[in-house]
Design a protein around this ligand. Structure first.
Ligand SMILES: [Zn+2]
Ligand SMILES: [Zn+2]
Length: 377
């Protein structure tokens, strides 16, 4: 049967996780997915991680066009290939990539595609502005960041997938589509953490745990994990934290951090998305240190730092988006570390959900229950 579908490029019926209304639970609906056009591929998804950005779309923190099919951390098999596609073939295993890369602007040219000048181009649609997805009434459904992979099938642009080694379990591979690359990439690419250095990590969710394991792989000597929840700190230890600090409301953590790191950390990573925490990260680093904001704050949020410490202490406050990655370089590199037993992926998946359990998966994410919850198809 599959062969016939491929030959005639038939529309597929699929179940998908959709946000129809801000502030309401996600819904699971049966949708149709049209076959790929030029430069596109159809994927049969095996797994999709549930990310904070998906949640942010459902509660209005980030503004997306509704109704929208969620999901940008998926992995699956290519089951149909549109005209003019090369580099990806039928049967290949792929991981989704949620950034749009024009390949021509100066940032793409210098190997920094996360800064692509056209990055807003495919926020709710395919790069050409159209959609292959419709609901039961025939209404077009938007797709999250050119992906919309929280569904059994998805048709996406070939530039929004990266081919991977098919020996890698797809549920694990999916996680490099966002959380792992964001966290480990911030350590490897943005900060370039050096062996023996001290690192402090604010927030031990899906991103923070990956910053911690990135720092461990990079050979950091001291890794201080900070969170408001004790179970998250226990997880942090499993991923390589050498020390933990339980944050209490109103407590200034600079003193204990300085004590643990011998006067201040070489690197601090803010993985929550909060201006006050970003300022605290900056205060917690030593002279010549670097504070990296990885968490996505609300648009209205601001950070203030003591201006004088910039020249006198040569401190750096910077940010990292999607681990400053080049997907075709970094996905295989990270999955290579996994295959070598150095990067933990199975351990990140603390719960697997059936697609019908998607509303629960989002509720669990909100209550901080999981390192990563993954929907498997
Ligand atoms: Zn994400
Ligand atoms: Zn570009």
């Amino acid at each position: 049967m599959t062969d016939i579908f491929q030959r005639f490029g038939m529309t597929k019926s699929a179940r998908a996780v959709i946000c129809r209304e801000i502030g309401k639970p996600v819904v699971v609906e049966r949708i149709t997915v049209q076959p790929p056009k030029r430069g596109e591929v159809m994927i049969k998804l095996a797994a999709c991680g549930v990310c904070h950005s998906d949640l942010s779309a459902t509660n209005g923190t980030i503004s997306m066009k509704l109704p929208i099919i969620l999901g940008h951390e998926g992995a699956g098999e290519v089951i149909e290939v549109g005209e003019g596609v090369d580099g990806v073939a039928l049967g290949d295993h792929v991981v989704s990539c949620f950034i749009y890369m024009c390949g021509k602007c100066r940032y793409c040219a210098m190997g920094r595609p996360v800064l692509c000048l056209d990055q807003g181009k495919a926020l709710n649609t395919l790069p050409d502005g159209t959609l292959r997805t419709h609901d039961a009434r025939g209404e077009a459904l938007n797709i999250f960041s050119g992906c919309g992979v929280m569904a059994e099938y998805a048709t996406v642009a070939v530039d929004n997938v990266v081919k991977i080694d098919s020996a890698i379990p797809l549920a694990c591979a999916a996680l490099v589509g966002c959380a792992v690359t964001t966290g480990v990439g911030a350590v490897f690419n943005t900060a370039r953490v050096s062996p023996g250095s001290s690192v402090v990590v604010f927030g031990c969710g899906g991103i923070g745990l990956n910053v911690i394991q990135g720092a461990r792989i990079a050979g950091a000597g001291r890794i201080v994990a900070i969170d408001t929840l004790q179970p998250k700190l226990e997880m942090a230890k499993q991923f390589g934290a050498t020390d933990t600090l339980l944050a209490k409301p109103g407590e200034d953590l600079v003193k204990p951090i300085k004590k643990l790191t011998g006067g201040g950390a070489d690197y601090a990573f803010e993985c929550v998305g909060n201006g006050e925490l970003a300022a605290l990260s900056f205060r917690a680093i030593a002279r010549g240190g670097m504070a990296v904001v990885v968490g996505l704050a609300k648009p209205s949020d601001t950070t203030s730092v003591r201006t004088m410490s910039l020249p006198f202490e040569e401190k750096t406050l910077t940010g990292s988006y999607f681990g400053s990655c080049v997907p075709r370089v970094d996905y295989p590199r990270l999955l290579g570390l996994y295959m070598a037993g150095r990067l933990k992926l199975e351990e990140l998946i603390t719960h697997r959900y059936h697609i019908d359990e998607a509303p629960q998966a989002f509720a669990d994410l909100e209550s901080g229950k999981n390192a990563r919850g993954v929907i498997t198809f």
